[in-house]
Design a protein around this ligand. Structure first.
Ligand code: GLN
Length: 486
């Protein structure tokens, strides 16, 4: 039976030369999930029978010499806020507990067209609102490196599934860091593409001007391949951009010459864990040794990012979540007196506390009399944040920073203090406000054995630069080869 220690790219090579079969690989994934997930709790559902049948069909296609897709036979997990036809899509919320979509999300269609095998749906903070996957209505996901610690969030299930080698790759969504931060906490690669690069058709909306879908994998080359497969224009998402998709997997091995790595003064201030700071500074030395120039610069408006993000995200969420009313989708209260009562009872029972908090915050920020002071002002500050990045990327090719101020915090440490939880997003949310691509890759381990993530950001649609710069670092270091203790 193949062990899941190889990267997605290596597994595809093994499948292509007949060293292993998709059936055997899928079986290994399902067995690893059965063995480990009672402890980690990354999956909300698995698709055992259908995925084995799918794997078998792909093996037969390959054997018959028929053309197969770029991910032919590769098992993949998907965050449970992306619609999968015939499979429950819950958003980790009671309100969608029994929702089975009649259609596939655009990215799911693309994965299927590339012959990937969908093994299951992963846990998240309810409606992707959170930074620790503790806000799921169903279960708390635990960090494979240390089960007393969180996996980050909101795509914590997808990050943990890859970190624990239950699947070689997965998809998450990133509205304010939800791919990059859990990737950092779990010691894997996670990437948020440019806003508009990947279709969100069939992604259950949280904050539509910020949401993007992206991949998790154990190395940069595999993330590049997954991104290549899911990218591209889709007329069903009006924000999807019609630009050719570069073959990221073909260029990722090419080092960049004359690379300029920007570091922002504002990213190295009080509150940054000493070990994290040391690991990030060592990463700069790695880049220096590879011939890169380190450019010091400033992102003066970054101090407003958290306030701006939490106003915009909550405002958009309050509008997006209005559709869950007990009529159109999901849970309907059993007892009610009249229509209005039915709405409020269904929503009251269906949404968890963090989702309610965001809906209230957002409704307040959008209401007459407060709109100009809060929402409109946040939009203006957002513009200034984007301008900071535009200026920065005149002087550098990628910006490097920590992914979070600390390694994975403990379960229960922040969950009862929403403001502290919001503040933990300090390094990730600016990229969403500006719409730029970013990724996290492993760059160290703390003295307690928890992964440390390096964040790289680039100008819009510079995914290729980002991936190549990340791969240069990866090639020069060993961090991506480290796995959680058995
Ligand atoms: N932690 C952020 C929030 O709670 C980001 C979540 C995300 O990217 N989906 O909104």
């Amino acid at each position: 039976m193949p062990a899941l220690t190889s990267s997605a790219v290596d597994l595809i090579a093994q499948l292509n030369c007949g060293e292993t079969s998709s059936f055997a690989l899928t079986e290994t994934c399902l067995q690893t999930i059965s063995a480990q997930d009672a402890n980690i709790r990354a999956f909300l559902s698995t698709n055992a029978e259908a995925s084995l049948a799918q794997a078998k069909a792909i093996d037969e296609k390959r054997k018959a010499g028929q053309p197969v897709g770029k991910l032919a036979g590769l098992p993949i997990a998907i965050k449970d806020n992306m619609c999968t036809r015939g499979m429950k899509t819950t958003c980790a919320s009671r309100i969608l507990e029994n929702f089975v979509p009649p259609y596939d999300a655009g990215v799911v269609e693309k994965l299927k067209a590339a012959d990937a095998v969908l093994v299951g749906k992963t846990n998240l903070d309810e409606f992707a609102m959170g930074s620790s996957t503790e806000n799921s209505a169903f279960q708390v996901t635990r960090n494979p490196w240390n089960v007393e610690h969180t996996v980050g969030g909101s795509s914590g299930g997808s990050a943990a599934a890859v970190a624990a080698r239950m699947v070689p790759g997965s998809l998450g969504s990133d509205t304010g860091g939800s791919i990059r931060q859990p990737a950092g906490f779990c010691g894997v690669v996670g990437m948020k593409p440019t806003y508009g690069r990947v279709s969100r058709y069939g992604l259950i909306a949280y904050a539509s001007s910020l949401d993007q879908i992206g991949p998790f994998a154990t190395d940069v080359a595999s993330a590049a391949l997954l991104l290549e497969v899911i990218s591209g224009h889709d007329g069903r998402d009006s924000t999807s951009v019609d630009r050719p998709v570069p073959e990221y997997s073909q260029t990722v091995e090419q080092p960049l010459t004359g690379l300029r790595v920007g570091i922002a003064r504002e990213h190295f201030v009080e509150g940054l864990d000493r070990e994290v700071e040391a690991a990030i500074k060592q990463s700069f030395d790695v880049y220096r040794s590879l011939g890169a120039e380190i450019v010091e610069l400033s992102l003066p408006h970054s101090k407003y990012a958290i306030a701006t993000y939490y106003l915009i995200a909550a405002s958009e969420a309050s509008s997006n979540l209005a559709r869950f009313d007990g009529v159109h989708y999901g849970h309907r209260a059993a007892k009610f007196d009249n229509l209005i009562d039915m709405y409020s009872a269904s929503r009251g029972e269906g949404f968890g506390p963090e989702v309610k908090r965001r809906i209230m915050l957002g409704t307040y920020a959008l209401s007459a009399g407060y709109y100009d002071a809060y929402y409109l002002k946040a939009l203006k500050v957002r513009r200034l944040i984007r301008r900071d990045f535009d200026a920065a990327f005149e002087r550098c090719d990628v910006l490097a920073s920590p992914i979070a101020s600390t390694p994975a915090f403990r379960l229960g440490e922040l969950v009862n203090d929403p403001l502290a939880m919001y503040l933990s997003d300090i390094y990730t949310i600016s990229a969403n406000l500006a719409g730029i691509p970013g990724l996290s890759l492993p760059c160290g381990l703390s003295s307690t054995g928890l992964p440390i993530g390096l964040q790289l950001l680039a100008a819009p649609f510079e995914e290729e630069t980002l991936l190549r710069a990340a791969r240069m670092f990866e090639r020069a270091t060993e961090w991506h080869t480290k796995t959680p203790p058995a």
